[in-house]
Design a protein around this ligand. Structure first.
Ligand code: ZN
Length: 609
């Protein structure tokens, strides 16, 4: 549910490495002197180093997030820096073996080392330091970002939480527009820094042999960079017709609410969709609500009425996984996880799954409430943990998901199995409602998952063009809005010139976290769900299938999970689904009832913009 990586040895996002001691990358031992035996030795050392520093960073990170003080923050920052320094150094050393003959698995370990970096500092110590400072500045500009409607009243300034709340709950066009513009006013100071960041990070990527930073990011997807870009467009093409229908329906509903502020057949105003970036529209569900939308039960009410404790909710989730054949979580999971918000200290409550020792010390950190949302989230988070357990026997570099879309997709796949029928089978619900009640549930899910897809795609489309130079600094903002229009069909309420820097108002841009993984996760989870439901013999509509208690589905899932990152993701995908290609048509299957319903609602309406 959360747009956050699970934590293993590879921290995401990797902090920029400080000046590297490896200024010898050009003058070091040449390929001619490097032998296959050296490759093995290098990889053994790399695995051991990453394991040691990864564990230290995870332990420090865990303490920092569950016991926030200035000291724990400093300790965690130091441990992260040590890990990312080592990672950057090993990535550069790995290039020495580019031309050495090596068995396929060693070749893959070298490749993953080189592509594990999100940012490569240039070897030049001064430039590396400059990059470090820019990254810190970008992050803090975002982190401290505030909208001050009246500069004379600093107490009235709004931070991102305040603005998020306004966007989610206000139904005043004027107030929404002011808040939207207010948040975007934090970004223009980042513009110059971002331009320099692009130059310096590209320099580092070129030292690793990549054309630019964007090519380095695409380099981890087991196919030529250009093919991968085309592949994403193909997937988007599959799901776009459904997005257009949802877009047209929501536009119609917004027009009913806001009148001429919303065009009848043009793009939707970006500030009216319940979210600062228009990436998730669930907050405007009340405006888009469907008749007969009530599913006939409330899981939140059931959990509260029966007073199901947080720990029991986690136990229920574990029983899902053991029901499909996975071993129970280790005793330490129950001893060391954080399930409820402590009363005596500050913690980061944002749900996350951890793999502290990259072997068996898995945990979750979550402040569980008795809500339907948290019930689903705990199933999702444990999905990360069972993935981590499944690949624990791989070499350290392979203890990761097949590609970075897979980890989030697994948790979400299992969350898709939290259906009314599942609730009946575990005794929380007496009787599953009739499928005619599904439109409301599907609409809610579509406002989250379908609405997100074009956004999940366009962030990196923009960055790849920026890194490659196809988009010049003089056109940063224009290119951003061109893509917003092309993919999302949304437009700003007022002109956005080049004095602004609207991409910087999205966390992942100043923070430099790649974003395509979230698009992939959204596609893959439905493809996994369809494949597993078929293996489980489900004959219900896809949105009603749960793989609970299916040992066959569990075995196939485990076969894929235990591969970790040891093979190209296409092999992993084939192991589970029988196909080597990602396929967004499972999304169409899942939302088929909603799609038909939308057709009826949209009679006579223009679809598209
Ligand atoms: Zn997750």
């Amino acid at each position: 549910m959360t747009k956050l990586e699970a934590r293993g040895w590879r921290l995401a996002p990797l902090a920029v490495a400080a000046a590297l001691s490896l200024s010898c990358s050009r003058g070091g031992s040449s390929a001619a002197e490097t032998t296959p035996a050296d490759t093995k030795k290098f990889l053994d050392t790399a695995n051991a180093t990453l394991l040691k520093l990864g564990i230290a960073a995870n332990q420090a990170g865990w303490v920092q997030q569950t016991y926030i003080t200035d000291d724990t923050e400093a300790i965690a920052a130091r441990a992260n820096q040590d890990l990312s320094d080592a990672n950057a150094r090993l990535a550069k050393e790995a290039t020495k073996f580019d031309k050495v003959a090596a068995p396929a698995d060693q070749r893959r370990e070298l490749l993953l080392l080189k592509t594990s970096l999100v940012l490569t500092p240039p070897s030049d110590a001064k430039e590396s330091e400059e990059l470090s400072k820019i990254m810190a500045r970008l992050e803090s500009t975002y982190g401290k970002g505030k909208w001050c409607p009246d500069p004379a009243k600093p107490d009235a300034c709004r931070n991102i939480d305040d603005i998020t709340k306004i966007l989610a709950t206000s139904r005043s066009e004027k107030e929404l527009r002011a808040a939207w513009e207010g948040w975007h006013s934090i970004a223009p100071p980042m513009r110059k820094d971002y331009q320099r960041f692009v130059e310096l990070s590209n320099k580092g990527a070129r030292e690793l042999g990549f054309a630019d930073t964007g090519a380095m990011w695409r380099g981890k997807y087991d196919m030529p960079a250009d093919d991968f870009t085309r592949e994403l467009d193909r997937l988007w093409g599959q799901v776009r017709p459904l997005y257009l229908k949802l877009h047209a329906y929501v536009r119609m509903k917004l027009r009913q609410k806001y009148g001429d502020a919303v065009p009848a057949d043009g793009p939707m105003p970006a500030h009216l969709l319940g979210n600062i970036w228009a990436q998730d529209w669930t907050n405007i569900y009340p405006l888009a609500a469907t008749p007969n939308a009530d599913p006939g039960y409330s899981l939140t009410d059931i959990l509260k009425k029966r007073n199901v404790p947080p720990l029991e909710m986690a136990r229920i989730a574990e029983r899902f996984y053991t029901s499909i054949g996975f071993d129970p979580l280790p005793k330490t999971f129950w001893e060391r996880s954080l399930f409820v918000r402590p009363k005596d200290r500050d913690v980061v409550c944002h749900a996350s799954a951890w793999d502290i020792d990259v072997e068996s010390d898995v945990r979750i950190k979550m402040c569980i409430d008795q809500t339907a949302e948290d019930f689903t989230t705990i199933h999702h988070e444990q999905g990360h943990n069972f993935y981590q357990r499944a690949y624990k026997d791989q070499p350290v570099i392979f203890r990761d998901s097949a590609n970075d879309g897979f980890h989030e997709a697994i948790g979400d796949t299992i969350a898709l199995s939290v259906t009314p029928e599942y609730l009946v089978r575990i005794g929380l619900l007496d009787k599953a409602p009739d499928t005619s009640r599904d439109i409301g549930l599907l609409m809610n899910k579509a406002l989250e998952k379908i609405a997100f897809l074009p956004f999940g795609l366009l962030i990196d489309q923009w960055r790849w063009k920026v890194f490659s130079g196809e988009v010049a600094p003089s056109a940063y903002n224009k290119a951003w809005w061109d893509l917003k229009l092309k993919y999302q069909g949304v437009a700003p309420a007022s002109a956005r010139g080049e004095e602004l820097f609207d991409p910087g108002a999205k966390y992942h841009v100043p923070d430099n976290t790649p974003y395509t993984r979230y698009f992939l996760a959204d596609i893959l989870q439905f493809q996994f769900h369809r494949a597993l439901s078929k293996i489980a013999g489900c004959t219900l509509p896809l949105n009603r299938c749960s793989i609970y208690q299916s040992k066959e589905a569990g075995a196939r899932l485990n076969a894929m999970l235990s591969m970790g990152a040891s093979r190209p993701w296409q092999d992993a995908l084939e192991t589970l689904t029988g196909s080597r290609q990602m396929d967004a048509t499972a999304i169409l299957d899942y939302f088929a009832p909603l799609s038909t319903w939308l057709d009826a609602q949209l009679a006579g309406q223009k679809v598209g913009w």
